[in-house]
Design a protein around this ligand. Structure first.
Ligand code: EPU
Length: 417
């Protein structure tokens, strides 16, 4: 197992290029199941989650050609309709194959993901929506067994805004008979991205990006070629890296239009953000002003940036209240940040962060993907050395982050434990 060692204190200065978005790439890869020919995806990031999803598609019988950031996927000879526990347990997004498999093969067997570090994360809303569309669903031996002759369009109201739930049902509805209306649908940019890709494949989807999405089912879809959007959470993480180190970073391929909630809070905290011809320039200033944050579904403040902002607030000039409304257990980084000297108290859904003049380097352990990023950021700003272990979480969602940070001047290295 690798760990990352950071000697803190360097200002990050220079340019960084953001990779393709993990949470956009995964549903697009799942959507390839809906066709039976070669789909081409460009700007695919190098991540553990992407290789896990490739393994899953290969297990189903897909042929995959890998050429750097471009992958070609052929799902003509799919022979299997089962997503096994071994793959689903390492990556919950595997559940995204449920809707497409059911739509194409009339049956699917997908391991139930179970809980994870950030919350219980049930998939009840995916399942009840498919049932409304006429699927028979049973849970047997830890697997979702789903079958349907042909799914039929339905009006579906999601009790909670769910990103992969909206994506799963949107994909299933593309090949259903008749019209499906999704109400309280997730508005995340990754949902819009999937709708654009599906429409390129011949689907009839309207309203993606709003909370009402209408899908008119078609008989078949054709393959498509597509370039995946850049990762807004990776970009946001580098913005915080500039802010926390009083750095000056030009972020290239920065999807600034989908980062309003974050940039508003960063500006309140005293970070300068300017759009330039070749990217977004982010300049950190001292002191960092404390700000309150409440996570919400898009366009609200992203839960995937909560941990990183908490690190920044732990060295701000005042008191900050950070409220996590999306997941019930997404404060696993708090204990680790406290080991570095942060003053944080959890009260229910909120963390009360009292800014301190500095953090001090310490050995810490990553618990999930975004928590790992928050600890790396803490290490960059801390006095002395920080060792972050269990960085496999980081590798799931950040494309060569230590290389990108080192190029910006961070004193960071990866070592084998
Ligand atoms: N929920 C239910 N029932 C369901 C589905 C969701 O109760 O059937 C609840 C969840 O437990 C949670 C809330 O609804 O409390 C929102 O969960 P959502 O379904 O939107 O999350 P997700 O689709 O599983 C995606 C991202 C996450 C990101 C969340 C929220 C992907 C592959 N994953 O997860 O990304 O945090 O949306 O924006 O798109 C990450 O990249 O680090 C990550 C965790």
């Amino acid at each position: 197992m690798d760990k990352i060692i950071i000697e803190g204190g360097n200002r990050l200065i220079g340019e960084v290029t953001i990779s393709g978005a993990k949470n956009a790439a995964l549903p697009l890869m799942a959507a390839s199941i809906l066709t039976s020919d070669w789909n081409t995806l460009h700007n695919v990031p190098h991540l553990k989650d992407i290789s896990t999803f490739k393994k899953l598609l290969a297990h189903l019988g897909a042929t995959i050609e890998d050429n750097g950031n471009t992958i070609k996927l052929c799902t003509r000879d799919l022979k299997n309709h089962e997503a096994p526990y071994e793959l689903v347990k390492t990556m919950r997004a595997s559940v995204l194959v449920l809707g497409p498999l059911l739509a194409r093969f009339k049956k699917a067997r997908v391991s139930l993901p179970g809980g994870c570090a950030i919350g219980a994360r049930p998939i009840n809303l995916h399942l009840s929506a498919l049932e409304k569309m006429g699927a028979k669903i049973a849970i047997e031996h830890g697997y979702v067994e789903a079958s349907a002759e042909r799914l039929k369009g339905a009006k579906i109201y999601f009790d909670i805004s769910t990103v992969t739930g909206t994506e799963n049902i949107m994909m299933a509805a593309c090949l259903a008979h008749g019209k499906t209306i999704l109400e309280n649908a997730a508005c995340e940019p990754e949902v819009q991205e999937l709708a654009i890709f599906l429409n390129k494949m011949g689907a009839h989807i309207k309203g993606a990006g709003t909370d009402i999405i209408t899908i008119e089912g078609v008989e078949t879809l054709k393959p498509a070629e597509y370039t995946i959007m850049s990762d807004r959470i990776e970009a946001g993480t580098f913005m915080v890296a500039a802010g926390i180190t009083q750095g000056n970073i030009l972020i290239k391929n920065c999807p600034i239009q989908s980062l309003d909630a974050l940039t508003t809070k960063l500006k309140e905290a005293g970070v300068e953000i300017k759009t330039e011809n070749s990217g977004t320039r982010v300049i950190g200033n001292y002191p960092i002003t404390s700000v309150d944050i409440k996570t919400l579904p898009y366009p609200g403040f992203p839960t995937d940036m909560q941990a990183q902002m908490m690190t920044m607030m732990s060295i701000s000039s005042g008191l900050s209240v950070i409220t996590e409304n999306v997941f019930e257990n997404r404060f696993m980084h708090v204990g680790e940040l406290k080991r570095m000297g942060a003053d944080i108290k959890i009260e229910g859904k909120s963390a009360i962060v009292k800014g301190r003049p500095f953090l001090s380097g310490a050995p810490v352990m990553a618990t999930d993907l975004r928590a790992s990023a928050s600890l790396i950021l803490a290490g960059l700003a801390a006095h002395g050395a920080t060792e972050v272990s269990r960085v496999y979480h980081l590798d799931r969602g950040y494309d060569r982050i230590e290389e990108k940070l080192a190029k910006l001047g961070a004193n960071i290295k990866r070592v084998k434990e």
